[in-house]
Design a binder for this molecule. Structure first.
Ligand SMILES: [Cu+2]
Length: 166
C-alpha cells in the first residue's frame, strides 16, 4: 500500500520545483524595460517677487517633452507697477528687439503682437499673489531657449533665464 503513495508525492514535488524556476526568471526579464523611463512631463515652478527676480533661471528638458510651467508672483506691489510674466522665446530670438517692442505693448500684457512669431509660450501678466500655469511641447531642436519677464525694464534688471533642451 505504501508503495503507491510515493509516486503522487514525487510528482507534486517536481511540479513545485518547475513553478519556482519560472517565478525567479520573470523579474529578471522585465527589469531592463522598466528602469530608464524619463518623467512624461517636465514640471517647472518659478516664483517672482518685488525685487524683480525669478527664483530659478536655468531649467533642462528633453527635446519634444511636454512641459508645464507655473509662475507665481509672491510680491505685494500692484500689477501696474510690478507685474510679472514668463515669456519663452525661440532659440536665437533678438531679445533687445523683443523688449523694445514689449514696452509699447501694455495692451497685450507686454507681449508684442508684432513679434508673436518669436514666442513659444507665455503666461499671463500677474499681479500680487497671482499664479498662472501653461503647458506646451518643448522644441525638438536641442539648444538654449531664452525666457524673460517682459514687463518694462525687468529684463534689464535680471528677470531672464534659459530653458536648455537636450
Ligand atoms: Cu517682472
Amino acid at each position: 500500500m505504501k508503495k503507491y503513495l510515493v509516486f503522487p508525492l514525487l510528482a507534486g514535488a517536481l511540479v513545485l520545483a518547475g513553478c519556482g524556476k519560472k517565478d525567479e526568471a520573470a523579474p529578471t526579464a522585465s527589469t531592463p524595460a522598466a528602469a530608464p523611463a524619463a518623467p512624461a512631463v517636465a514640471l517647472i515652478e518659478i516664483t517672482a517677487n518685488d525685487s524683480m527676480k525669478f527664483s530659478q533661471t536655468r531649467f533642462e528638458v528633453t527635446a519634444g517633452q511636454e512641459v508645464k510651467v507655473t509662475l507665481t508672483n509672491l510680491g505685494t506691489m500692484p500689477k501696474v507697477a510690478m507685474g510679472h510674466n514668463f515669456v519663452l522665446l525661440k532659440k536665437g530670438a533678438d531679445l533687445k528687439a523683443f523688449t523694445d517692442a514689449a514696452i509699447m505693448a501694455a495692451a497685450t500684457d507686454y507681449v508684442p503682437a508684432v513679434l508673436a512669431d518669436q514666442v513659444i509660450a507665455h503666461t499671463k501678466l500677474l499681479g500680487p499673489k497671482q499664479s498662472d500655469e501653461i503647458s506646451f511641447k518643448a522644441p525638438t531642436e536641442p539648444g538654449e531657449y531664452p525666457f524673460l519677464c517682459s514687463f518694462p525694464a525687468h529684463y534689464l534688471t535680471g528677470m531672464k533665464g534659459v530653458i536648455v533642451v537636450k
